[in-house]
Design a protein around this ligand. Structure first.
Ligand code: AMP
Length: 191
């Protein structure tokens, strides 16, 4: 199996790139943000709970997020690998993911960050908010809060994966094709 964590700030292009990479490498794409939004649309209890955090740009609590991610993974027992998008976002999530994969004799193959400047990303998200319908993309204060959450809780994951020798980063600015190529170079190397 190859298990890739796509890492990067909100708006860095993880979701866009995941669409290409999942086909190219035959991976199951799991976006925790998408799964939460699906639950909100379906008005499930999980969706109602997640919405109270997401609308403010706060992270959903670890316990809920980890349980949801594990149950999603368990739906694909025969997959040839996962592409994690938006997960893990905290050290506890990363530790839980390692333990979960280890229990199946699997592991993270690589964590690849899409690097981009905050100011470019804020503009990108505000632009996306005009059509995405996402409340958390429409208000600069909420967007800034998401970056604060990222800096405080998610950025430490870089050292977590560096310590395991699994951290890579690519320039996230360029055409979609160029960035897919950069990510593919890393994935081809670790396969
Ligand atoms: P995203 O679509 O990845 O930008 O995620 C949108 C929102 O969903 C985030 O701002 C969080 O509120 C929530 N979310 C998504 N993934 C996670 C996660 N791994 N841990 C906690 N909250 C998450």
């Amino acid at each position: 199996m190859i298990n890739i964590v796509l890492f990067g700030k909100p708006g860095a292009g993880k979701g866009t790139q995941a669409e290409f990479l999942k086909t190219k490498y035959n991976l199951i794409h799991l976006s925790t943000g998408d799964i939460f939004r699906f639950n909100i649309k379906e008005n499930t209890d999980l969706g109602k709970l997640a919405k109270t955090y997401m609308d403010k740009g706060d992270l959903v609590p670890d316990e809920v997020t980890i349980k949801m991610l594990e149950s999603e993974c368990n739906q694909y027992p025969n997959s040839s690998g996962f592409l994690f998008d938006g997960f893990p976002r905290t050290i506890s999530q990363a530790q839980a993911l390692d333990a979960f994969l280890n229990s199946k004799n699997e592991e993270i193959s690589a964590t690849i960050a899409l690097e981009a400047d905050d100011e470019i990303l804020v503009k990108r998200l505000l632009e996306r908010g005009k059509t995405s319908g996402r409340v958390d993309d429409q208000d600069e204060e909420k967007i800034r809060n998401r970056y604060q959450e990222y800096n405080e809780k998610t950025a430490p994951l870089m050292d977590y994966y560096k310590a395991q020798g699994k951290f890579y980063s690519v320039d996230g600015i360029g055409s979609i094709n160029e960035i897919t190529e950069r990510l593919s170079l890393v994935i081809d190397k670790i396969k």
